[in-house]
Ligand binder design. Sequence first.
Ligand SMILES: C[S@@+](CC[C@H](N)C(=O)[O-])C[C@H]1O[C@@H](n2cnc3c(N)ncnc32)[C@H](O)[C@@H]1O
Length: 312
Amino acid sequence: MEIFLKDVQDGLNASPKYLQSKYFYDKKGDELFQQIMHSEDYYLTRCELEIFQQQSGKLAEFFKSKLGDFDVWELGAGDATKSSYLLKALKDQDVDFIYYPVDISANIIEWLQQNLPGKLPGLKLHGMQGEYLAMLNQSKTQSAKPKLVLFLGSNVGNIPLGETGAFLSSIRNCLNVHDILMIGMDLKKNPHIIRRAYNDRDGITSHFNLNLLERINRELGGDFCLDKFHHYPSYDPISGTCKSFLVSLEKQQVSIGAEKFDFEKNECIQTEVSQKYSVSQTSSLAKLSGFEPIGHFFDSRNYFLEAVWECV
Ligand SMILES: C[S@@+](CC[C@H](N)C(=O)[O-])C[C@H]1O[C@@H](n2cnc3c(N)ncnc32)[C@H](O)[C@@H]1O
């Protein structure tokens, strides 16, 4: 709560203003994100799901041949809809593993602990609630087995491109040589398709974005008036960077606890970055951060890539 307040104050005192996207995911944000994943315009989930539904057997065989006996860590697991297919395929192929889902949302970790073992009988699950790197740092004390780390949903794209190499190197530093990272990355494609995914026709993304202000009101005693802000998504097809903003519809002042923040009319708060990549860009990122790409798994339209990287 104190860190949340400090991060919000830092972001709203900055110029331009920003809020960190990890704070989208409270209970309501988790529910809204699940609706986004099922919405017609958000192609990312369907593409990645198709890879897991159709290629999990092949993936499990590949990981087994590379790693032998290993544990599975998933960064930002969410409701594990996609990874469940792989976990089942690993069980079917008699891999003896513990599944460690990492998520900042306490709500989602509780949900996984209550629901996943029922869906995948015999699954050994150890929930890790907290930040990606803080939790993965604990992996060496949890087990000495080789690790398969999943980082799906193009979550990596939420890290600004200039910081991605350093973030991936930090993941690499938590792992041992030959451990594997499988990373889901959204690929560059027709810009209309991308922009639509972040501006769905049912307005769920808009609601999701505005929920961040609602969360600040609820948890930090803010007085944001939600009708005075609008969701605005942008996509630059050259850089491949998609951004979401909240636009202040009028000159206004907002209080959060004892602090006051002024907004000009049309001033924007940046709330999310979602980077899109070319395949060669993903391989450069791997090499830059201490990995070697050893496998590429695409959906049938080549919209989305599961890149498999080995620690070198
Ligand atoms: C976009 S959802 C994707 C969920 C799942 N990986 C999928 O592909 O369906 C992002 C998930 O990552 C979690 N998350 C976001 N930032 C995080 C952080 N810094 N550390 C740990 N978890 C985080 C959120 O709570 C949420 O469950």
